[in-house]
Design a protein around this ligand. Sequence first.
Ligand code: PMP
Length: 435
Amino acid sequence: MSETPTMPTASSDAQRKQKEFLWPCASTYYEEPLVLERGEGMWVFDDKGNRYLDCFGGVLTVSVGHANERVNRAIVDQLGRISHTSTLYLNEQVTELAETIARITPGRLSKTYFTNSGTEADETAVVLARLYTGRQEIIALRHAYHGRSMLAMSAGGHASWRHGGTAVAGFKHAHAPYCYRCPFNATYPDCGMKCATDVEELIQTTTDGQIAGFIAEPILGVGGFITPPKEYFSEVVSIIRRYGGIFIADEVQTGWGRTGDRWCGIEHWDVEPDVMTFAKGMANGSPIGATTARPEIADAYPGLTFSTFGGNPVTAAAARATIRVIEEDDLPRNAAVMGAHLRQGLEALKEKYPVIGDVRGMGLMQAIECVEDRTTKVPAPKAVLKVFEETKKRGVLIGKGGLYGNVIRLGPPLIASRSDIDHLLEVLDQAFAVA
Ligand code: PMP
């Protein structure tokens, strides 16, 4: 046997250091984690020179493509001017961004508080609901995800994402509008929207009847792109308002054109939120969170509160440039057209492969739920893992989700072209064929 030592590759080095220096809870995709070095548009490149079509966009975050020149230029320009001010001083990037958000968000939402992440945006929204109403209890959804702080974990509806006892009190979890696995064993549209109407009994039986609000994702992202029926939000929000609560739409995944033809996901449902939260795709990967509210609600938050990095001029410049690209290139339209094309292809795969139990989503936010058997709907997480490895081998990155880990999530950058989608569909077809 040769005694020549093999030089460690960059990836084996990164893997060793991952084990030694990073917390294992920050788990990575794939049997052998990918070490990404570079990105360009729809593509990312690993340390071995392999390229991959990125159909998950770092969890629906790279909205206008990797290393987008217009966004990068705005970041570099701002870095050359001033990179930090704190909210103790005003900066034009931040005030201009806030004005843009007021223009883009539906209805009367007009005032924004900036933070660094979706978690903080949601945390801020819940505190705001409590301050505005003077009440404590919040209705959230089973299968929801709102972040990793104690409060956000308590708002979430997944055991696997809740740790440390999730001790923040005051959250009551309603049944999710999860038609494929209807909690009432009913079938839409003859179900009478029980998942929505049941919220009234939830309030009457598990709260003191005095709620502060309701927090929900228009499409439950981590939950596996659970897409509520079109009457769901108007029904449930009318109950919430009858009991004095406000509606917080968590747009962390669904915002900024992702769902097609609209800036915000909730605009596809006939209801106006009182508060909205944003992060992820808003700045194409720069860390930013935003909580936007109707003015009288925002004004109910008394001083003092402070976020050192919230309202940072560099991330605000990145967000402004990202929004400009989305607007100039009409990417919400592209998301609708390419999303429809993707959906059609996924429906065809469903015809072909019995392991695909459900296909759902909106725009460029489409999911495939895998099952052992279409009648019993027993989740098939192993099939998802196999499809993961097979698509990786063929140079395509996809995402995963769902309470049972059996949902493939597809959320490519909004710049995806028809040939990108065709390539994704072809590779998925090959992967399912051997899964
Ligand atoms: N809300 C939703 C809907 C999310 O998907 C996420 C992140 N997956 C969050 C909140 C938390 O965002 P962050 O990871 O930026 O804290």
